[in-house]
Design a binder for this molecule. Structure first.
Ligand SMILES: CC(C)(COP(=O)(O)OP(=O)(O)OC[C@H]1O[C@@H](n2cnc3c(N)ncnc32)[C@H](O)[C@@H]1OP(=O)(O)O)[C@@H](O)C(=O)NCCC(=O)NCCS
Length: 217
């Protein structure tokens, strides 16, 4: 247990250049306080002390601005930087060495039951304001860009940005997306073009019918 608590402090020293020493991290980092409260709340949750577990989670939310449902399973060295506005749902699973910034939601879509929140594999980074919604897997070493909304599975070693989230880098290689922002499709003129073709075909058919009729008479 002490190793886990020590890891929770050391990950901040490793990742945040602003953190100077362990005492400063223990006293001033709300992300660490939220993770520690969660570890206790999760322990209570696993012993079916649901009410007290949820109460502790809400007290932690009041002081840190970070809401982690006591049912969520989190691994070693979770770093929640700044923290305010983070929500982590009940059936979330978070691997080791995961980093989460302020304003992140790991939530459900409202359409699923049972496992309805995402699973983050090891070394995932979820940047500020990103929303990861639904019971999908974010593969190891993947990065979710600031402000993205991710609704689908993300393979390992990917960078995802935008709404809805799309993969822009995979295994260190830029992914070509077919989005042409200048030559956007125009469905109205496409429809007119199709009607024009249809009109030409009908005209040709009438012309042939008239010719056949005049030949017979
Ligand atoms: C996604 C992120 C992690 C960087 O990933 P990366 O693998 O280095 O990717 P790149 O910077 O090479 O960007 C790849 C493409 O995605 C675009 N992109 C990057 N981040 C983006 C974002 N949040 N939203 C939309 N597009 C984004 C880039 O412009 C680039 O597009 P281009 O290829 O057309 O030029 C980073 O951009 C990010 O969002 N960091 C936020 C960190 C954070 O939360 N900081 C808060 C501190 S308080």
């Amino acid at each position: 247990m002490f190793k886990t608590l020590r890891n929770d402090v050391d990950v901040v020293l490793d990742q945040d250049p602003a953190a100077r020493n362990r005492l400063e991290v223990i006293i001033n980092y709300s992300g660490v306080h939220a993770v520690w409260c969660h570890r206790l709340a999760h322990w209570l949750w696993n012993r079916k002390l649901y009410f007290i577990a949820r109460f502790l989670s809400q007290v932690s939310r009041f002081f840190t601005g970070i809401e982690i449902h006591p049912g969520a399973r989190i691994g070693q060295r979770l770093f929640i930087d700044h923290g305010m506005g983070v929500v982590i749902g009940e059936t979330c699973e978070i691997g080791n060495n995961v980093t989460i910034f302020q304003g992140v939601t790991l939530g459900g879509t409202g359409k699923e039951k049972g496992k309805r929140h995402p699973t983050l594999e090891d070394n995932v980074l979820v940047a500020t304001g990103a929303k990861v919604l639904g019971s999908m897997r974010i593969g190891k070493n993947s990065r979710i860009g600031a402000g993205s909304v991710v609704l689908k599975e993300v393979p390992p070693n990917s960078t995802v940005v935008g709404i809805p989230g799309r993969i822009v880098v995979q295994d260190g290689v830029k992914v070509q997306n077919d989005l042409d922002h200048i030559n956007l499709p125009d469905p109205v003129s496409d429809k007119f073009r199709a009607l024009e073709q249809e009109l030409l075909r009908v005209k040709k058919e009438i012309k042939e019918l008239k010719r056949e009729q005049s030949q017979r008479s």
